[in-house]
Design a protein around this ligand. Structure first.
Ligand code: C2E
Ligand code: MG
Ligand code: MG
Ligand code: MG
Length: 285
């Protein structure tokens, strides 16, 4: 959309771009008040071992219940939160809320599963991230081993800095996962230097299983690499039994996706865990 006239460049706004820009400014303004108005809520999606049919963790996924616009997807407002810096207070709220909820579930006698929280780029580069995580753990009383932080490959470009940051986080006793694995430029040669616990195979690879044989080869390679590096694995976006069977065959046992359950409000997730026979049925191969 950049045009040049007389050697000067200027931006040409398509009417749609103008509309989107305008909408985003409104959204950003509303987002400023979303926390205090209690409009943000965490949904939880189970992570299941396809061998045992047991839930071993949940991923916390944020939702914004906007007073007029209804539910807004994180795909839409996380980028706005990132750009405006609002991701810092929002990310802090997510960490606190997720730890508190999991501790409550443990107190209520639910199985001792863990909760995964997504970190954004800006959060990962925030100096006080360590304090924020430590505080969320301390305030909630959650044992750090039940908290997992998800970062993406794009955050690991500065290798030295990533190693320092991850070591500090690991010192708190939390787990680290690489989310959307395979989609970014991860420096494979550095992967083994990062103190990480888990890789999450991106859903784009899972979607194309049994459609594209080259894609299958990639998934097999990621699985075998994870096994060699002794990393735990989760396949994201598992929607069909065929996909689960394929993964099972290559010993990728951690699965997350609509086949098991979509992300659920806390109350419904707790019910699902209590009636976990239904999950065992889905997993029986
Ligand atoms: P993600 O961390 O990779 O989360 C997985 C996304 O895939 C979620 O979308 C989930 O609902 C969706 N999903 C799960 N299983 C399936 C499936 O079987 N099929 C399909 N088609 N989709 C599936 P969601 O909840 O809309 O979140 C989108 C992204 O927004 C997340 O991707 C994450 O990057 C970001 N996000 C969500 N919550 C937070 C948060 O609290 N903080 C930050 N920084 N980012 C968040
Ligand atoms: Mg994630
Ligand atoms: Mg992902
Ligand atoms: Mg994603």
């Amino acid at each position: 959309h950049e045009a040049k006239r007389n050697g000067q460049s200027y931006m040409v706004f398509h009417p749609d771009m103008k509309k989107e820009l305008y909408e985003n400014i409104i959204l950003e303004n509303d987002l400023r008040h979303a926390i205090e108005r209690n409009e943000l809520v965490l949904y939880y999606q189970p992570q299941v071992n396809s061998h045992t049919g047991k839930i071993f963790g949940v991923e916390a996924l944020i939702r914004w219940g906007h007073s007029e616009k209804g539910m807004i997807s994180p795909e839409k407002f996380i980028p706005i939160a990132e750009e405006s810096g609002l991701i810092v207070p929002i990310g802090k709220w997510v960490l606190e809320q997720a730890c508190q909820q999991m501790k409550e579930w443990h107190n209520e006698g639910l199985p001792l599963i863990r909760v995964s929280v997504n970190l954004s780029l800006r959060q990962f580069f925030q100096d006080d991230l360590i304090d924020t995580v430590a505080n969320a753990l301390k305030t909630s009383g959650l044992d750090p081993k039940f908290l997992e932080l998800e970062i993406t490959e794009s955050m690991t470009m500065n290798v030295d800095r990533t190693i320092i940051m991850l070591k500090k986080l690991k010192n708190l006793g939390v787990r680290i996962a690489i989310d959307d694995f395979g989609t970014g430029y991860s420096s494979l040669s550095y992967l083994h230097q990062f103190p990480i616990d888990q890789l999450k195979i991106d859903q784009s690879f899972i979607r194309n299983l049994q459609i594209d044989s080259q894609n299958e080869a990639i998934v097999e390679t990621i699985i075998s690499m994870a096994h060699h590096l002794r990393l735990e694995l989760i396949a994201e976006g598992v929607e069909t039994k065929d996909q689960m069977e394929f993964l099972h065959q290559f010993q990728c046992n951690g699965i997350q996706g609509f086949l098991i359950s979509k992300p659920l409000p806390a109350e419904e997730l707790a019910q699902l865990i209590k009636s976990s026979d239904s999950i065992k049925k889905v997993c029986s191969i």
